[in-house]
Every structure is written in C-alpha cells, then in structure tokens.
Design a protein around this ligand. Structure first.
Ligand SMILES: Cc1cc2nc3c(=O)[nH]c(=O)nc-3n(C[C@H](O)[C@H](O)[C@H](O)COP(=O)(O)OP(=O)(O)OC[C@H]3O[C@@H](n4cnc5c(N)ncnc54)[C@H](O)[C@@H]3O)c2cc1C
Length: 310
C-alpha cells in the first residue's frame, strides 16, 4: 500500500492512556501522530476522579510528565474516610492507612483540565518527532493490507499508514475489538458511573473540610441510601469544586429498576452531605459513563507480533 501519509506510530485517543503511550514513543524518537476525536482532549471524558501513583508501578504519570502534579491536578488526597449509612445513622471510618498502601501519592483531577494539559505536552513532544496531535479526527477503523493492520481510517482525513497503531480509544475500545485483541463481545459486568461537579470556592472547601490549600479529602459512601443497588458513592475535593458521584453494577440497577440520577440525588441530599454542601450549591457539570469490567478479559493473539494494542 502506498500514496498514504505514513508515520512510524499512530496513537488513537489522547486520554491518559494515549498521552502516556505517545510521550513514551516520542521520547524514544519514534515519529508519532496522535488522533483525538474530541474538540479538545478531555472534552467528553469522564472519571471520578482520583489519579494514583503506586510505589510498585514501573512508571507513574509524574515520571512521564514531571510538572503534572503542580499544573494539571487538583488537591492531593491527604485524608480518606468511608461512611456506612443506615437511614440517618452514619458510621464513619478513617481508611487512610488502607488507602495509602502502595500509594506514593493520590491527587484529585478534573478530566477537562488534566486532559488538555496532557494534550499540550503530547503535542509538543510528538511535534519534535515529525508527528503531532490532531483533534476533531474520528478514527473509524483499522486500515488493512491483506490480513495485516497497516494504519487507520478516519472520517475527516485520507487513510493514514503506520508501522504501529496504539488503540488508546478508551475502555470500550472499538479498535482493539476490530483488531481481535479483545476477545469478548459483552463483558460479564458493566458499571454505570454518574458524577456531578459542584462549585465551591477554595476558602469554603478549606473551612468545611478542615484542610489547608495543599490538602484534600476523599470520602466514600456505602449503605442503604442506594435503594439496595450494589455500588457506592464518592466525594473528592478539587481546588475550587467537589466531585460527587456514584458507581453501580448495571445488572443491579436493572434488577432494582433504579434510576442512576435519583441514586446520586439520594447521596447529594443525605443529611451527612449538608455539612459540606451547605443550603445551596451549584452543579457545574453532570456526566455519566458505562464502564466494562475488563479485568483479565483481553488477550493477545497466539501467533505473530501484535500490531495494535488495546
Ligand atoms: C464515574 C467514573 C469514575 C471513575 N473514576 C476513576 C478514578 O477515580 N480514577 C481512575 O483512575 N479512573 C477512574 N475511572 C476510569 C477512567 O475514566 C478510565 O480508566 C480512564 O479514562 C481510561 O483512560 P484511557 O486513556 O484509556 O481512556 P479514555 O480516558 O476514555 O480516553 C480515550 C480517548 O480516546 C478518544 N477516542 C475514543 N474513540 C476515538 C476514535 N474512534 N477516534 C479518535 N479518538 C477517540 C476519546 O475522545 C478520549 O479522549 C472512572 C470512570 C468513571 C466512568
């Protein structure tokens, strides 16, 4: 196959996975083009979100991007609690020791800010290799020559050839399925995550959560406020907002005929949260996403080197 633009590597998606892959490739001198369908990287991405640096991990996000914590994350998590709720009764436990096991640090993050910061770094790094980051490009499938994957097809551009395609298009990766690297049609379990971001100025956060500017709290919630649906809730402090959300087993939501936004509302309106939310609060953003339980469910084909990675 000829006549198509060619790069040594094409990375599809510029979430944290794609950014890490692209940065590593670029630092190793590999000519890398990153294709992201969002207007801005992160514009549609959803997570709770805390990001962890594990002591035992071979690399962490701040080892790949040294200024990450200073510029792209929110507050470090310095306190962790879990609250077991039965009606209006609450039993709270400090789980700091448990949570910090094998954790070098954990920071709260907001995806739009984090992903666009990562995208900027990725663009700078990949440009040095003769590649770069293109946004608003939707990859529609893999380009094949015979049986071999030789690049990608997109909605907006001519096909692009590459020696290596990295499918970093998220946990529901269509490309990894297309390449035969995910061997499941339907995962056994899906989780439904719903999250609200609530505006709050930094001084109010410091006062209500009893923290300093460089400190933050992670609260987890379990118990009967979720109408018997299996799952739980979380609240994380950002610099000037709170991330409050729930994650449930999808089959349990269906069994109980529950509405995820109502379950989140049960959390937001519980008296325990009034001490932090006050009488009035403004939701800046509301987001939801289905996440498959993909643990141990992907495989690499037995023969031949993999050309695409999920
Ligand atoms: C409610 C909720 C809470 C969560 N909480 C946490 C948490 O606290 N901490 C944590 O670590 N994880 C959390 N997660 C999981 C986390 O969101 C994912 O693990 C993480 O986003 C995976 O990163 P990624 O780069 O692989 O994929 P993504 O972040 O999904 O990024 C994929 C990128 O690829 C782009 N893309 C997709 N398809 C195409 C295409 N065809 N063409 C071009 N671009 C494409 C997307 O626009 C996106 O930018 C949570 C998830 C949910 C839903």
């Amino acid at each position: 196959m000829t006549d198509h633009e060619h790069y040594e590597a094409v990375v599809v998606g510029c979430g944290p996975g794609g950014a890490a892959a692209a940065a590593n490739l670029a630092r190793n001198g590999v000519e890398t083009l990153v294709l992201e369908r969002g207007v801005d990287a992160g514009s549609k991405n959803v997570s709770g979100g805390l990001i962890y640096a594990e002591e035992s991990a071979p690399y962490t996000i701040d080892s790949l991007f040294p200024e990450f914590r200073e510029q792209a994350s929110e507050r470090p998590v310095t306190e962790n609690y879990i609250h077991n709720i039965a009606g209006d009764r609450v039993k709270s436990f400090d789980i700091g020791d448990l949570h910090h096991h094998d954790t070098e640090w954990a920071d709260a993050v907001l995806r739009r800010k984090m992903d666009s910061w990562l995208a900027q770094r990725v663009h700078e790094l990949t440009r040095e290799t003769g590649g770069g980051l293109l946004t608003e490009v939707h990859v529609t499938g893999l380009l094949r020559d015979g049986g071999e994957i030789v690049g990608v097809e997109t909605e907006e551009l001519d096909p692009i050839e590459a020696d290596l395609v990295v499918a970093a298009d998220g946990v529901n990766s269509e490309l990894a399925r297309d390449a035969g690297l995910m061997d499941w049609e339907d995962p056994e379990e899906w989780f439904q995550g719903v999250k609200a971001t609530v505006e709050m100025d930094p001084e109010t956060i410091n006062e209500r959560f009893d923290v300093d500017d460089d400190e933050g709290v992670a609260h987890l919630f379990s118990g009967d406020l979720f109408d018997g649906v299996r799952g739980g809730g979380f609240l994380y402090t950002n610099e000037s907002s709170l991330s409050i959300g729930t994650v449930f087993h999808l089959d349990s939501i269906a069994e109980e005929r529950a509405e995820p936004h109502e379950l989140l509302n049960n959390l937001l309106t519980h008296p325990l949260l009034a001490q932090w939310l006050g009488d009035e609060y403004e939701e800046l953003e509301y987001s939801a996403k289905l996440v498959p339980d993909s643990k141990g469910r992907s495989h690499v084909p037995a023969r031949g080197p993999p050309r695409a990675r999920g």
